[in-house]
Design a protein. Structure first.
Ligand SMILES: C[S@@+](CC[C@H](N)C(=O)[O-])C[C@H]1O[C@@H](n2cnc3c(N)ncnc32)[C@H](O)[C@@H]1O
Length: 267
């Protein structure tokens, strides 16, 4: 499978995105009420926030992702859990037979696929046994794409440069409401669908280091690249200020919200 833009992001993702994913993974697993040693599939697993948490709880995990870099990192992390592994695979074409798993999850994964989300969820429903669980986690914030993008969008707007402002996070503005996530699970064939909004703290770089730590992530946006080339120092200051302004939780980190939604595969 070819390289993807995610390959270069593995270290920055593991350092700055996965801790937030990991907090939501624990919340998702707590609510799924799986039997001991369940067969669990993690779709678009990334560096393995949910896969590693599920394996640590004693489940047998198959984690799939289409980024060779992500799969390579996750293979290392799952080595200490016999019966769990990571595979390079497209979420839209799962290489598993019908009914092979007790549960399938996708955290901050298949709901990024926009119109192809239903197809990916239908694949997850296909490989889970009747009565099993399909769970998804997706951002519930107005910007979409996670809390680290909030200061970015606001700082770019502050610069007043028409070519650097107006950033929207492509496709992730879909499915931000719990009802929308429930609806798409129903469309994919799930029954007994429900969702819950969950908030956790999201560790982030300090205001002073925010731009340098997340530069690799933000380089994917042309507005950011324009702003860096034209207004580097003002952008750094605006980002720092926007990070300072974010609402913080009791541990001093910005807050992030997701919807965790579940459905069952019909019996
Ligand atoms: C935002 S990350 C989420 C990673 C992880 N689930 C988490 O919550 O931290 C999205 C992941 O989806 C993967 N991905 C994107 N398109 C995919 C596809 N068609 N099939 C499998 N994985 C895909 C990317 O490689 C990336 O690792």
């Amino acid at each position: 499978m070819a390289e993807t833009i995610w390959d270069a992001l593995v270290p920055v993702y593991e350092k700055w995105a996965e801790p937030t994913s990991a907090a939501f993974a624990e919340a998702a697993l707590d609510r799924a009420e799986l039997c001991a040693a369940s067969a669990v599939l993690d779709v678009a697993a990334g560096t393995g926030a949910l896969a590693v948490a599920a394996a640590a709880r004693g489940h047998g995990v198959h984690a799939i992702d289409n980024s060779p870099g992500m799969v390579s990192r996750l293979t290392e992390r799952l080595e200490s859990y016999p019966g769990s592994s990571a595979q390079l695979m497209d979420a839209l074409d799962l290489q598993y037979g019908d009914d092979e798993f007790d549960a399938a999850f996708s955290m901050l994964g298949v709901l990024y696929f926009g119109p192809m989300a239903v197809k990916a969820l239908t694949e997850m429903v296909r490989v889970v046994r009747p009565g099993g669980v399909v769970g998804v986690v997706h951002w519930a914030s107005p910007v979409g794409g996670g809390p680290m993008f909030v200061p970015l969008v606001r700082a770019l707007d502050r610069l007043g440069d028409p070519e650097a402002r107006g950033l929207t996070i492509p496709v992730t503005n879909e499915f931000l409401e719990g009802g929308d996530v429930e609806h798409v699970l129903g469309e994919a064939g799930c029954v007994d669908v429900w969702s819950e909004k969950v908030e956790r703290e999201s560790p982030m770089p300090t205001p002073e280091t925010f731009m340098d730590e997340l530069d690799l992530f933000f380089q994917m946006f042309p507005q950011y690249r324009t702003a860096v080339s034209r207004h580097r120092d003002r952008l750094r200051e605006a980002l720092a200020e926007e990070v300072r302004l974010m609402a913080k939780g009791k541990d001093g980190h910005p807050l992030a919200q997701v919807n965790i939604a579940y459905g069952r595969v019909p019996r």
